[in-house]
Design a protein around this ligand. Structure first.
Ligand code: CIR
Length: 260
């Protein structure tokens, strides 16, 4: 299986004015573009600080949710797989990001086709397998197509459930190292991480679970001191990024980049 936390590159996309029209499960206030741009710049700087090359794509006003690039592609070491978002307003984002992916993967790009739907936020690549959560955005046809593709490359894929009312599987978890997962208690209770080393977010800090391990760093949303302390005590170098604006659109740390 690939190494799951050493990355040479990341692709991000700047948020644009149209973020105010982004999808959200509930209205907890309008995202502020100025603040989101600042947060995004801090996120990109953190990725770059590890020595990785970060390609920053320009804002795409036609697609309000296009800052959340993770949902459009799955980038594995030997191939990239173009997703087919379950949100109809996001499907056009895939063609928009494809040239940036082709620049690195050439022809090694496969794609999920209708009636399959799948979004990158539902996929967690661990040190031993690919976990995919069914959700309102990811259907069993999409998972089955992905399974067929990745099995050609020797990966095993396991289907899991996303908790009811949660946007994506990874809304509730993140990979800390190839065998360690940070998860909410509600997701861990499903048993889907059996056999892994599991760290659970404390009560009231569930939103910290969508973190990423990127080279030497664990990048997490700011405002969750007990989770930050727990990760620090585990010996991780933790970087905290303000996520107040992305959170208004149900976004977190993983969705802001493609990492490979
Ligand atoms: C959406 O509903 O699609 C966006 N507002 C948020 C997507 C977040 N993506 C992710 O966590 N992978």
């Amino acid at each position: 299986m690939n190494n799951t936390h050493e990355f040479r590159r990341a692709i991000t996309r700047k948020p644009g004015r149209s973020i105010v029209d982004g999808l959200r499960a509930e209205d907890i206030g309008m995202p502020d573009l100025g603040r989101m741009l600042e947060d995004h710049a801090a996120y990109v700087a953190a990725l770059r600080s590890t020595g990785a090359e970060v390609v920053e794509l320009p804002a795409l006003e036609t697609y309000p949710d296009s800052v959340f690039v993770e949902d459009t592609m799955l980038c594995l070491p030997k191939l990239a797989i173009a997703m087919r978002p379950g949100a109809p307003t996001r499907q056009g984002e895939v063609a928009e990001i494809r040239p940036a992916i082709e620049a690195f993967y050439g022809e090694n790009i496969r794609e999920i086709t209708a009636p399959g739907t799948i979004e990158g936020g539902d996929i967690l690549v661990t040190g031993r397998e690919i976990l995919v959560g069914l959700s309102a955005r990811t259907n069993s046809e999409g998972v089955s197509q992905l399974s067929d593709i990745v099995s050609e490359y020797g990966y095993s894929l396991r289907l899991v459930e996303t908790p009811e009312g949660v946007l994506h599987f990874k809304t509730d978890c993140g990979l800390i190292d190839p065998e360690t997962i940070l998860s909410t208690r509600r997701l861990a209770a499903s048993g889907c991480f059996e056999g892994y080393r599991l760290l659970c977010t404390p009560d009231e800090e569930e939103a910290a679970s969508n973190c990423i391990r990127f080279n030497n760093l664990v990048i997490m949303a700011a405002g969750f001191p007990r989770t930050a302390e727990m990760l620090d005590a585990e010996g991780h170098e933790v970087v905290q990024i303000n996520n107040s604006e992305c959170a208004r659109l149900d976004g977190g740390m993983s969705c802001l980049s493609l990492r490979f």
